[in-house]
Design a protein around this ligand. Structure first.
Ligand code: DGY
Length: 317
């Protein structure tokens, strides 16, 4: 058996695979593979551990006739043609749960960085422009008593809501399903998207990217945001109409926005660099030693399970 890993992972994934007598090939360059490279390395693989930056379409899937399992080293799996993989009897797995707290932490970090204008403050100090304490210097917003709208009440959305509750926020949520546990723990109120957007002081996006959520926050929806609103995206850039959002930020139609994800990653709209009312992170939601190590273990364990004829631990198809 052979497994191709499309990047160098932290943790023990390689050791786990080797212990199970699985040959491992790792692409050791820190970048996405070209299609040609992918086909070259994976053509005889029985399993693949892929990264978010690798697009696994029907052509790639067809080029791996032996492949039985694709383990995406992420919770989101919009980079994989899951339906086509299913047609080819390939199990696709992801890494839920293990990155929930890390991602919720980064969402709250962005909320606080936006609300309290942390990067602007840092810039002043680093540029030696700090002239002393001032009553109007970098006024931001407190979180206490603010309406905190969560889009998507899955694991990460719910974990973010718990954190916001601890800061004294009222939790509103938009979701396809009612999350009774979340409601019980935080007093969260479920509501339609437009109502949530109009009433929230902070909005944090935790929706997977699907045909339904692509561009969900379009111009019509974004225009409903309060002028004091803070919008945080740690999910997928494509959920928001980035161009409209940038225009609104330029015109100060909302207070600020925190981005961990972008529409054309890793190519970032250069207009964003000109804005002071944004916080820009390089897609590091799950980037903790704990989460990334557990993600690697879970990916390897899933692959081992499928290749030894057992059920996958966290299948998505
Ligand atoms: C995910 O898991 O989907 C994140 O975006 C990357 O860790």
């Amino acid at each position: 058996m052979k497994v191709f890993i499309t990047g160098d992972l932290p943790g023990n994934a390689v050791d786990l695979l080797l212990k199970n007598k699985i040959e491992v090939v790792v692409f050791d360059k820190d970048r996405a593979l070209t299609k040609e490279e992918f086909v070259k390395y994976a053509k005889d693989a029985d399993g693949v551990i892929s990264l978010l930056r690798d697009k696994i379409d029907s052509e790639i899937i067809d080029s791996m006739p032996n492949c039985k399992v694709i383990a995406n080293y992420a919770v989101g799996f919009n980079n994989i043609d899951v339906a086509y993989a299913k047609k080819k009897k390939i199990v696709v797995v992801n890494t839920p749960d293990v990155l929930t707290d890390s991602t919720a932490d980064i969402a709250m970090s962005l909320v606080l960085a936006c609300a309290r204008r942390i990067p602007e403050g840092e810039k002043i100090v680093r540029n030696k422009k700090f002239k002393g304490w001032g009553p109007k210097l970098l006024l931001g917003y407190e979180l206490r008593n603010k309406n905190f709208g969560i889009l998507g009440a899955g694991r990460i959305g719910a974990a973010t809501a718990l954190r916001a509750k601890a800061f004294g926020c009222n939790i509103l949520y938009y979701s396809n399903h009612q999350n009774l546990k979340l409601e019980k723990a935080t007093g969260a109120i479920k509501m339609p998207l437009k109502t949530l957007i109009k009433n929230s002081d902070v909005i944090s996006i935790h929706l997977p990217l699907t045909a339904k959520t692509n561009n969900l926050l379009n111009e019509g929806i974004l225009k409903l945001l309060k002028p004091s609103a803070i919008l945080i995206n740690t999910a997928r850039g494509e959920v928001v109409d980035e161009k409209v959002l940038i225009q609104m930020l330029k015109e100060k139609k909302i207070f600020s926005a925190g981005f961990d994800v972008y529409q054309n990653e890793p190519n970032i709209n250069p207009e964003l660099f000109k804005l002071d009312n944004v916080v820009l992170l390089p897609h590091i939601g799950s980037a903790t030693v704990e989460a990334r190590t557990e993600m690697a273990d879970l990916s390897a364990k899933n692959v081992i399970a499928v290749l030894s004829g057992k059920k996958a631990i966290t299948p998505v198809n």
